[in-house]
Design a protein around this ligand. Structure first.
Ligand code: ADE
Length: 341
């Protein structure tokens, strides 16, 4: 466990907003947290446990840090897969100080035994564990200091119902940002990084960043590198070239996104096809496709999730330059016979 997230190389900690005024977007969540945190502060009690979910890169960790900052609390960070044994969670919980925030990222990867230790800890502030095995086993109960658990996940459906029900402070879904909000974030980041950037370049990065701040900040840095090496001003043209080199297209799709769509069209007549089958065809992890690629493809209206599987939309055919699909699925025999649709 560490007091800083370990794998967040993608987001300079200098770019992470440290006050609510600096945090752009997610207004609905900010308004709710403002009430929750103000009330908790007035009662001199830690806020109730919180659950954040949504696609990666939208600011779940940042919110946890902002809450800690606002409450003047220490934050301890860990993640679902890092807590392997009951002893790990027992040690984390017993080392908390009153008012601490415990942030658990990737909470959907917590194993059942760990969840069972968390339930009473969250509900009644007690650590219940069994020491030893067989007839000599003893159950011990330890009171814990008051603390706030903040859990984050990209896959709320994988969280067990009993765990989900214990986030008394609320469960909040982070939404994709608007292009305008991403533009403001890029402008702020360029300022912090002292990168001179033209308005048109900000707009171009914002348009291709999957409505995701983490990606916008990554593209800003790659475009800055490109401008520096090629000795060019950071304008729209430079951003376009830098992103083309990264195989990011006009809509912000990566080569994997395009591959997903084209495989569904080429091999499965446009769908429906199960995500497991797509993953196998692409040699990708199913969870990567579900967490990273699908939300954006669905947001853009290129892909649909149906009870029978994934289906591409006419927009996907158009974007990839395919002739329109025939009514029965698959490609039309004659690409010019659009009237068939
Ligand atoms: N950097 C990353 N996410 C941000 C946000 N929501 N507001 C401001 N800067 C950010």
């Amino acid at each position: 466990m560490s007091s800083k997230p370990e794998n967040e190389y993608y987001l300079d900690s200098s770019l992470r907003p440290s006050t609510w005024e600096e945090y752009i977007g997610q207004d609905h969540i900010k308004a709710n947290l403002h009430i929750l945190l103000s009330a908790a502060r007035e009662r001199a009690h830690p806020p109730e446990h919180l659950l954040f979910y949504g696609p990666p890169g939208l600011g779940k960790t940042t919110l946890a840090y902002l809450i800690a900052h606002e409450m003047g609390a220490q934050i301890k960070t860990t993640s679902g897969p890092a807590i392997e044994k009951v002893g790990d969670v027992a040690s984390i919980l017993t080392n908390l100080s009153p008012g601490d925030i415990l942030f658990i990222d990737e909470a959907h990867r917590l194993n059942k035994l760990i969840e069972e230790v968390l339930y009473p800890a969250m509900e009644s502030g007690m650590l219940n564990i069994i020491i030893g095995k067989g007839p000599g086993a003893r159950s011990i109960q330890l009171p814990l200091p008051p603390f706030t658990l903040i859990a984050a996940t990209t896959r709320i459906s994988l969280l067990s119902a009993p765990l989900r029900s214990r986030f008394g402070g609320g469960t909040f879904r982070l939404e994709f940002y608007s292009e305008e909000e991403i533009g403001l974030i890029v402008e702020r980041s360029a300022h912090i990084l002292s990168v001179p950037i033209e308005e048109s370049a900000i707009a171009e990065i914002a348009r291709r960043s999957r409505f995701t701040p983490r990606i916008a900040n990554q593209y800003l840095k790659r475009a800055r590198d490109f401008a520096q090496v090629k000795q060019r001003p950071l304008n729209r043209g430079t951003v376009r070239e830098a992103l083309t080199l990264l195989e990011i297209d006009e809509l912000g799709l990566s080569s994997v996104d395009r591959h997903i769509l084209s495989i569904i069209i080429d091999k499965f007549h446009g769908g429906p096809v199960g995500v497991g089958t797509i993953a196998t065809a692409l040699s990708e992890e199913e969870s990567t496709i579900e967490d990273i690629n699908e939300p954006y493809l669905i947001q853009l209206g290129l892909l649909e999730r149906t009870p029978r599987g994934r289906t591409v939309t006419p927009l996907a055919y158009e974007h990839l330059g395919y002739p329109p699909a025939s009514p029965a699925g698959g490609l039309a025999a004659d690409p010019h016979q659009k009237t068939l649709l």
